[in-house]
Write a protein that binds this ligand. Sequence first.
Ligand SMILES: Cc1cc2nc3c(=O)[nH]c(=O)nc-3n(C[C@H](O)[C@H](O)[C@H](O)COP(=O)(O)O)c2cc1C
Length: 328
Amino acid sequence: MINLSTTYLGLKLPSPVIVGSCGLTKSLKALQACEAAGAGAVVLKSIFEEQILAEAEGQVPDEEGGLFHSEAYEYLQEYGEENALAASLSLIREAKRCLKIPVIASVNCRTSNRWEEFIHRLEKAGADAIELNINLLSSDARLAGPELEARYEELLAQVRETATVPVALKLGYHFSALAAFLFRLSHSGPKGLVLFNRPFFPDFDVEKLELTTGRYLSSPTEYQMPLRWISLTSGRLGCDVCAATGIHSGETAVKLILAGAHAVQVVSVLYEHGIESIGRMNEEIRLWMQRHDCQRIEDFRGRLRQVDSPNPAAYERVQFMRHTAGIE
Ligand SMILES: Cc1cc2nc3c(=O)[nH]c(=O)nc-3n(C[C@H](O)[C@H](O)[C@H](O)COP(=O)(O)O)c2cc1C
């Protein structure tokens, strides 16, 4: 009997295919559809501190409204934040009531002093785990790599002290010494790393000469970035790894598990081909396992990682040279 169940962040998942945080995980109906299609877990749409604060601002009447008394302002500000958070907290409660699969809340904060509070609220609402969506773009020419990396470590340290449920960190890949950073982070307390977040990309409209939105869905070849880094680091990290970005098929999910991932997250494929894609991916994984005589995910997880490879140098090739890459 082939069994797709796996463990990620200490949670039992019926399938390694998790629905990543996106617009499809912000209503109970869509979450139920994800579970019915065979998802192993769901990561809810991130709660963005920025957005909560902006919505809260919208609830506070301006000075001309005649209510500009500091205590009243504070009260209304808090009330606004409360309202803005309420929808997310109630979705967690409903999801926990209606779903059997784990419900992972996601939070993105701008200022470090609000993380603890948000996380406490999400836990109280029933989230099985928290995914921290941290994406600090290294765009400040005065901010050196170690300083930026230290910010991630500080945020993680704060959250680790507060959180009672497992915490995963979802990261981008713009770090200069990625393997060393992942190693250090993974040994400083998270239960999991999600590798990698695909950021929002701007683009240019060359007719209007304006900044526009870039393609927001991944292409099916983008999995090669997580594949490289998960296979290079698997067996050396101190926590679970969930692969993300460019995973559009069961075959690709198998590749990432062979690299060492405990689970995979999918988003773009669901936008492009519907939530039913999860069922197709599960079936493709099952058929592959059948062909390769694997009963459980653990039978093949990490089988192609660098640490166990007879040819570890092959994982570190970066140049297109004919005698190594066989191209040209
Ligand atoms: C429309 C949309 C909304 C997203 N919203 C979030 C979000 O709120 N929080 C987050 O951590 N990631 C968010 N993401 C990123 C996805 O969770 C995922 O990491 C990324 O799309 C790469 O996976 P994919 O290649 O399967 O799409 C969003 C992606 C899309 C396309």
